[in-house]
Design a binder for this molecule. Structure first.
Ligand SMILES: [Fe+2]
Length: 302
């Protein structure tokens, strides 16, 4: 009979799990258990504290609905989404735009639009034109690249957070032209506070964090043969640009709003110009999405 104590428990658990046939699952679970046990030993975790952790995770799960994903918010606010993005970027085989957070407000079924269209359906605010090109690793335009964009309204809320989340606003899908060029109209991005009415908000308050994200706009860019890019553009000068609650900002993703841009396809509007660069696909099914449409995350994987 083995003696189970605070030092032998880790090996005992690892030994039982060593029968896992899937090698990647075996590696991930063994490492997770090692680190989890080390964490408990390091802080000398009490039963009460562990139960509080279980209560917290239960509340995070219970807050999730087809329109809200509290677990993605938790991953984002713990820096885990940003870390997984950075590891994903490191595996790119060529130069590519940096990833940023997909966040909890992506939707799979945004409306198809034509170049130059506006994604503003129900909101008000300063209109801007987003334009630029989608380029491959050699700097060549990618014809017909798919550009998905979404952003919050003038009150800092996404359509999914509204009274009737089935109504779509401020999101759309566009196809670049033959040279990879795109332009579309939307709202000048604003910053916002992450949803604070759930357990993640309680955590943020307990840590005396401000809970704000700097002004940004989200993109997913894809094309056949290229690795899908999940990213966001951040507006220079925002007061929270250096203290994003979810750690999404990279210097190369910071843009400025240009109020006098003769090169813009719609020069009478303020403009935000950005060229996205995609790297070659590195195998089927490799996704850079740390998150998903909340309606899909609630479904069992097939
Ligand atoms: Fe966002």
């Amino acid at each position: 009979m083995k003696v189970i104590n605070e030092n032998t428990i880790t090996d005992a658990a690892l030994e039982q799990m060593s029968s896992t046939p899937n090698p990647r699952l075996r590696t991930i679970m063994a490492s997770l258990v090692r680190h989890l046990h080390d964490f408990a030993r390091e802080v000398d975790l009490t039963p009460e504290e562990w139960l509080e952790g279980i209560r917290f995770l239960t509340a995070v799960g219970q807050k999730c609905t087809p329109h809200r994903q509290e677990f993605i918010l938790l991953s984002d606010t713990l820096g885990m989404s940003s870390l997984v993005n950075a590891l994903h970027d490191k595996r790119a085989t060529g130069p590519a735009t940096k990833s940023s957070l997909l966040g909890p407000f992506y939707r799979q079924d945004a409306p198809e639009m034509r170049l130059g269209d506006s994604i503003i359906a129900h909101s008000k605010g300063t209109e801007v034109v987003f334009y630029g090109r989608v380029l491959d690793g050699n700097g060549r335009g990618i014809p017909n690249a798919l550009i998905q964009i979404w952003e919050p309204d003038e009150t800092g809320n996404y359509d999914l957070q509204k009274h009737d989340p089935s109504v779509m606003d401020l999101r759309g899908c566009f196809h670049a032209d033959k040279e990879g060029r795109y332009h579309l109209r939307g709202l000048c991005p604003l910053g916002y506070m992450i949803p604070m009415d759930g357990p993640v908000g309680d955590m943020i308050r307990a840590q005396k964090r401000h809970g704000y994200r700097p002004a940004h706009v989200h993109f997913v860019i894809s094309a056949p043969g290229c690795r899908e890019l999940v990213t966001a553009l951040y507006i220079a000068g925002d007061e929270h640009i250096d203290s994003d609650t979810v750690f999404g900002v990279s210097e190369s993703l910071i843009v400025s709003v240009n109020r006098n841009d003769p090169a813009s396809p719609l020069p009478n509007l303020p403009s935000i110009r950005y060229d996205f660069r995609l790297t070659a696909e590195q195998g089927a099914g490799i996704s850079g999405r740390v998150g998903a449409d909340p309606a899909q995350l609630g479904q069992k994987a097939g």
